[in-house]
Design a binder for this molecule. Structure first.
Ligand SMILES: [Fe+2]
Ligand SMILES: [Fe+2]
Length: 158
């Protein structure tokens, strides 16, 4: 069921052909996402990779167990990343730390809802979730995370 419903949709949206290499070029971390802080960039790269992993699990029609495991891994990793990023911003007394935290919080709540729906047996959740994650991650890094780059760089953080 998962394969027949999800695969054509995922393929249409994220694959130009059936070559898996295409998938990794459509959603991958590039320099434009860099926030000039090495460990944050590495965490963002891991997030991109985990989203791709979820995408591939779906494209291969892997069962609910795999999807659930990757979803959970993604959620755990996102939460860990948020804490690390917020701790760094707090350490340097970044003025917009509270609103940045609020953005993370909104995201965490949205993800929890997706996971809840998925566990309740709602269909199509992983695909909606992937689309949400891809959009959110790109926009959050490019707008909110990029906003702290100058502040941190001017304080010698790398
Ligand atoms: Fe952030
Ligand atoms: Fe971030």
């Amino acid at each position: 069921m998962l394969r027949s419903h999800v695969l054509p949709f995922v393929a249409d949206v994220f694959w130009e052909d059936e070559n898996m290499a295409t998938a990794t070029t459509t959603f991958r971390w590039t320099e434009k996402y860099s926030v000039n802080v090495d460990f944050i960039d590495k965490q963002h790269q891991r997030l991109f990779e985990t989203i791709n992993e979820l995408n591939e699990a779906l494209a291969h029609g892997e069962g609910a167990t795999v999807v659930e495991r990757v979803l959970q891994k993604l959620v755990d990793y996102v939460v860990g990343h948020f804490s690390a990023e917020e701790a760094l911003l707090a350490k340097y007394k970044y003025p917009a730390v509270a609103s940045h935290q609020a953005e993370h919080e909104k995201f965490t709540k949205a993800i929890a809802k997706f996971l809840e729906d998925h566990r309740a047996g709602k269909s199509g959740v992983p695909v909606s979730l992937i689309m949400f994650l891809q959009t959110w991650l790109k926009e959050h890094i490019l707008k909110n995370d990029k906003a702290y780059v100058e502040f941190l760089t001017s304080r010698g953080v790398r």
